[in-house]
Write a protein that binds this ligand. Structure first.
Ligand SMILES: [Zn+2]
Length: 336
């Protein structure tokens, strides 16, 4: 069996003909296997969805009950048969509930990793390298310029600034699923024990993380009702990046705009976004993590998707590993 007979791109997403299912389809399909809860990977309207329980919970929180006709939970490490094709979910280290999906048939194993990272993250299970014949890797930060510093170092910069400007508030832009909770957890691990103020858009997901045993400490709503401007002096406030453009951001005293994203490595990008304190914290693998992971899987062939495919394909070729870009459309990760 050729690898492309087991999985190949279709307009709806990555399709497995013998198993008759799609992985992270971008259009409604009969049977969807979903790697994680970010909105570009996990869409509503499929007839059936197979994902980890946490991803199913997150989809329900975001889309409401009935986001699919039927759902089935996949336990990490447990192999299931779908029309004779073996499917196993393995942790991806990206956000809570995120998984890689190993698809195996007639002695051929392909691992679709979805989005992943290798940096330690106390808010989700660590990535587990899986030996395979073909490894499908993302390439969001697939250029050698992207090297993420330790996240503890970035959080230390935020805390230093907060201590330096006790009369100002620090507004931290962070994606609602994963990044926001990771920043909260990092602050706690660094010893920050004051309440963290959060935008309403983060409430449900953060509460869900807490219910899954991830302690984020005291989170208070960053609402006008909860006080005047002075109440937020010296506060750390976390909100989704989109909230920073609207009136919400103007209620805080002399705010310092911060943004937690792998893109903050690009100074120009931070400047254009009016970000005063860029924090390079990413939920995606950087260049070193991508190349190390490719080697670790032992895969003879690499398919590269969503991101900067060319550089990673070229690197593989120079390493003597067959590689090609996989042209999947519709992925703009909300959690970079
Ligand atoms: Zn993602």
């Amino acid at each position: 069996m050729r690898a492309s007979d087991l999985l190949h791109p279709r307009p709806e997403g990555l399709y497995c003909p013998p198993g008759d299912f799609f992985i992270d389809p971008v259009r409604p399909v009969n049977r969807a296997l979903v790697t994680h809860g970010h909105s570009d990977h996990a869409r509503s309207g499929h007839r059936s969805v197979l994902a980890t329980q946490q991803t199913l919970d997150i989809m329900e929180l975001r889309y409401g009950e009935g986001f699919a006709e039927t759902v089935q939970a996949a336990a990490l490490g447990e192999t299931m048969a779908l029309n004779g094709v073996s499917v196993t979910f393995h942790p991806a280290g990206h956000v809570l509930g995120s998984a890689q999906i190993a698809v195996e048939h007639q002695g051929l194993r392909i691992v679709a990793s979805g989005d992943y990272k290798r940096q330690k993250d106390a808010t989700c299970e660590p990535f587990e390298p899986v030996k395979c014949d073909v490894f499908i890797t993302e390439a969001t930060f697939g250029l050698p310029v992207f090297r993420h510093p330790p996240d503890t170092q970035e959080i230390a910069r935020l805390l230093k600034s907060a201590a330096q400007f006790p009369e100002r508030s620090h507004l931290v832009g962070a994606y609602a699923l994963g990044k926001a909770q990771r920043v909260m957890r990092l602050l706690r691990d660094a010893g920050y024990d004051r309440p963290i103020y959060i935008h309403g858009a983060l409430a449900k997901l953060s509460e869900y993380y807490q219910s899954q045993g991830i302690d984020l400490g005291q989170l208070d709503p960053a609402t006008v009702d909860s006080g005047g401007k002075d109440d937020f002096a010296g506060a750390i406030v976390i909100g989704p990046p989109s909230a920073f453009a609207d009136r919400w951001a103007r209620r805080f005293p002399d705010p310092i705009s911060c943004f937690a994203s792998g893109w903050m490595r690009i100074r120009q990008r931070a400047k254009q976004g009016g970000v005063e304190l860029p924090l390079i914290i990413s939920d995606h693998a950087d260049w070193d993590e991508l190349t190390a992971t490719i080697k670790e899987t032992g895969a003879a062939e690499i398919w590269v998707t969503h991101g900067r495919e060319e550089a990673l394909v070229r690197w593989c070729e120079l390493e003597g590993i067959a590689a090609r870009p996989l042209h999947l459309v519709g992925y703009e990760d909300e959690g970079d």
